[in-house]
Design a protein around this ligand. Sequence first.
Ligand code: DGL
Length: 287
Amino acid sequence: MSSGADMPIGIFDSGVGGLTVLHALREQLPKEDLIYLGDTARVPYGTKSPESVQRYAAHAAVWLTERGIKLLVVACNTASAVALDVLRRDLAPLPVIGVIEPGAAAAVAHSAAQRHLVLATEGTAARGAYTEAIRSLNKSATVEELGCSMFVAVAEEGWGGDPIATAVAEKYLASYRSRPASERPDTAILGCTHFPLVSDAIATALGPDITIVDSASTTAKAVAAELDARNLAASGDRTGSVRLVATDSAARFARVGSAFLGEPCTESDIELTDIHPLGGAADRTGA
Ligand code: DGL
């Protein structure tokens, strides 16, 4: 019989962006089995209402918990911003880790001036979850949140190194670079799982004095700490498995996902599924 420690970790995102978190988990926790669900049928979440994102996140979480997981990672900033509290409440005692608290902690740790700029989707920025998380760690920090959803499309197209990424970054960010030094943020948080793929363009547009912080590796550290605290870490001489599941278009998931994962994957590596928990017409019309 499998004990808790032998069970996989479940991870979900609206699409391929959370593969940056999966990559960090594999590096830091190589013994763990991982199931990654990308809700590619309903991406993007970042421009949807909080109610829709909460419903989608619940569907993804139920699909994963039905596979038997020991911990859930919400590897999507938008879903973490609007659905984390509900998921924690509904799935207790299952540990649920989002990407915002680890990202906020990393930013506070890196920032000398405690002037933070959060780059995120519209949905995440509107919720103000990063502001709340940063202020809970440092009451006097200043936080600005900027919705820049266009970066999602640029990253999805694999154009992170293209002049189009530079142009989009200039459009969103040039005004921060031209502020007086005392008003310029000193930390920019990549508050969207897609943004590590456009981080070079973001860094250039913001100028040299701003540190870019990404939540993938700090989220993996938070997962490792939670597993240790609950005695749930996989042990023994083993290498964990990775199962990649999408709700639409395995071919696109493989093509775009390879860049996020940092290694090639092919269409045959991706399983397709439907995550409507009730599976019936009533649920579909309500979605
Ligand atoms: N994964 C989303 C996030 O981190 C970005 C893509 C989307 O809008 O769904 O916010």
